[in-house]
Design a protein around this ligand. Sequence first.
Ligand code: TYM
Length: 329
Amino acid sequence: MDIVLSGIRPTGHLHLGNYFGALRNFTKMQHEHRCYFFIADLHSLTTHPKSDNFHDNVRNVLAEYLAAGLDPDVATIYVQSDIPEIAELYVLLNMLAYQGELERTSSFKEKVRKHSDNVNAGLLTYPVLMASDILIHRAHKVPVGKDQEQHLEMTRTLARRFNNLYGVGVFPEPTAFNFGNELIKIPGLDGSGKMGKSEGNGIFLVDDEKTIAKKVMRAVTDSGPTQLQSKMSEPVRNIFTILEAVATPDTVAHFRKQYDLCTIRYGDLKKQLAADIWRAIAPIHTRIAEIKADRDYLRRITLHGAANARESARATLKEVKKAVGFKAF
Ligand code: TYM
């Protein structure tokens, strides 16, 4: 049985990228494997060190993930900061992570560009904390979107380095996972780049039918294909990528054909896309408010999850410390 782990930063509502990139894979696997799911609240401090609604954000994301199909009876669901063993492993792994390789990480370079006023050490060592999240449960598979591929590579490097240095086999080398397919990137509606929590280009699971229709109708396209210029532009390709995630293959083929024949009407394409997005998320959408209001339920889940996760984390840390050479007097 594989150990599967997935996580999310609580920096905004859950969007289609999170759902189709990582969560849907996870919920499909949760009944067949030992699954851990957590809210990466420590990670969110790297970019949002102080937030008035820190706890609300954690609660929102937790409720949205539960509404989207996480099953607390089979998966262990917890909040990262409730597991101090993760921070302890992070300290140890930091000794094995080199400045050069951390500085070369694309996510670090991007964050430096976006948050040049707050390039803190936590940002630099973000991949080490992420590796600690994964290695603390000795996970084999990590369902993630394409944007996390490099972090998984770094996790494998640190696992291998630890095993080699101490001559042990404590850590397996985990892989980024999407059912044998390529990892996916759900693009935003603004024509370029990926859908994000705070890029203003996303469709969120908390959005209602009307909001979704409005956002989709405003999505960036182009002036349409012609016999002379039929190469698909990035904004239109992005619309098709989202359509592929939510619609049937027949629907996608229908619009592809119209595009190739240069008879496509983007208004029709968008109407269809909005309808299919709503069909995909309506059942999730309706459960969110109910779950969020049930604080007792959320408390029980996170307490129970933390107890389970700590048990697994303690067992790993015991082996790690033994390998490093810590001993009681
Ligand atoms: P985060 O919070 O940015 O996103 C959570 C998950 O959603 C995926 N995702 C996407 N997939 C496809 N298209 C998109 N547009 C898109 N946007 C987000 C992400 O790939 C991710 O799987 N560093 C992580 C959180 C984390 C984590 C971990 C994940 C911390 N520790 C350990 C897995 C394992 C992050 O920032 O994800």
